[in-house]
Design a protein around this ligand. Structure first.
Ligand SMILES: C[S@@+](CC[C@H](N)C(=O)[O-])C[C@H]1O[C@@H](n2cnc3c(N)ncnc32)[C@H](O)[C@@H]1O
Length: 265
């Protein structure tokens, strides 16, 4: 995870200047003058890898592999499909329902959390944990301030609680059975999926695969299920104890399930 600096567009409005100031303070990153410089020059001048830019009231992160801003991406068609009564493999794997508490240990850009927050509704809760501070901040601001798209999504997004932390630390601090579902969508398989919206963030995010210590903690915190998204034919499912795999026949990804009731039998 390289160094990040914060700046504005070439001719920023007052709102963007204030957003940049707040971002720099929260991320404890250096706030620098844009000085009409292109990103390559800014990186060289400040010995930084990532540039967080506030412009027109929005935040964008520029990394050496591309540019990233908050957008609900696939959560829009997925929620529309759920509203039409169609199956979503993640929701099915979680057996997620109204009122559930779901802990997303790998928030990323938050698309899976948005889908989950729609399903659990106002009586439920979704907490998304993200290890990369810049990304957690981008998504927190994005979820709180999203003004486009359908109302049913705009209502759901601000209900997601974003936490900047390593999920292992976060899980260790949670009581037993405190979330119905604990969910993981780790990063490493994306090296084979260049089209992913996470790709520009590759240098910024935490790339580590999951390990059995994490799964053990997740099992303690989950009341019903631990679920992991992975490549359909990944060996990780078996290696980490995911006995059931849902989806994947026609899709490159699948969802592994550890069900606590089944495990207790
Ligand atoms: C593939 S992305 C998740 C995408 C997400 N499901 C979505 O819908 O946008 C994986 C994310 O998990 C984060 N991550 C990986 N290991 C983590 C950990 N131990 N704790 C918290 N976040 C982690 C990475 O920084 C990355 O942003």
């Amino acid at each position: 995870m390289g160094r990040t600096i914060v700046t504005t567009s070439h001719k920023p409005d007052n709102e963007s200047v204030e957003i940049a100031r707040q971002a720099a303070e929260i991320l404890q990153a250096e706030l620098v003058e844009r000085d009409r410089l292109p990103f390559t020059r800014l990186r060289e001048k400040y010995n930084a890898e990532n540039v967080l830019v506030a412009a027109r009231g929005q935040i964008t992160i520029h990394t050496p592999s591309g540019e990233c801003f908050f957008h609900p991406s696939m959560s829009v068609p997925r929620v529309k499909a759920i509203r039409q009564g169609r199956t979503d493999h993640m929701v099915e794997a979680m057996a997620l329902k109204t009122g559930d508490y779901m802990l997303d240990c790998t928030l990323g850009l938050g698309a899976d959390s948005v889908v989950a927050a729609f399903v659990v509704g106002e009586s439920g809760k979704v907490v998304g944990v993200e290890a990369a501070a810049e990304l957690a901040y981008l998504v927190k601001c994005g979820l709180a301030g999203y003004r486009e798209g359908p109302k049913f999504l705009r209502e759901v997004m601000p209900r997601i609680e974003v936490v900047h932390d390593n999920c292992e630390q976060y899980l260790l601090a949670q009581p037993e059975n405190s979330f119905d579902i604990v969910y993981f969508d780790p990063m490493f398989r994306y090296s084979r999926r260049k089209s992913s919206s996470m790709e520009p963030l590759r240098g910024l995010v935490k790339p580590d695969p999951l390990n059995s210590r994490l799964i053990k903690e997740a099992f303690r915190v989950a009341k019903r299920r631990v679920v992991m998204k992975e490549n359909s034919f990944s060996k990780e499912f078996a290696e980490l104890g995911f006995t059931r795999v849902i989806g994947g026949r026609y899709s490159p990804v699948a969802f592994g399930v550890i069900d606590k009731q089944e495990a207790a039998r």
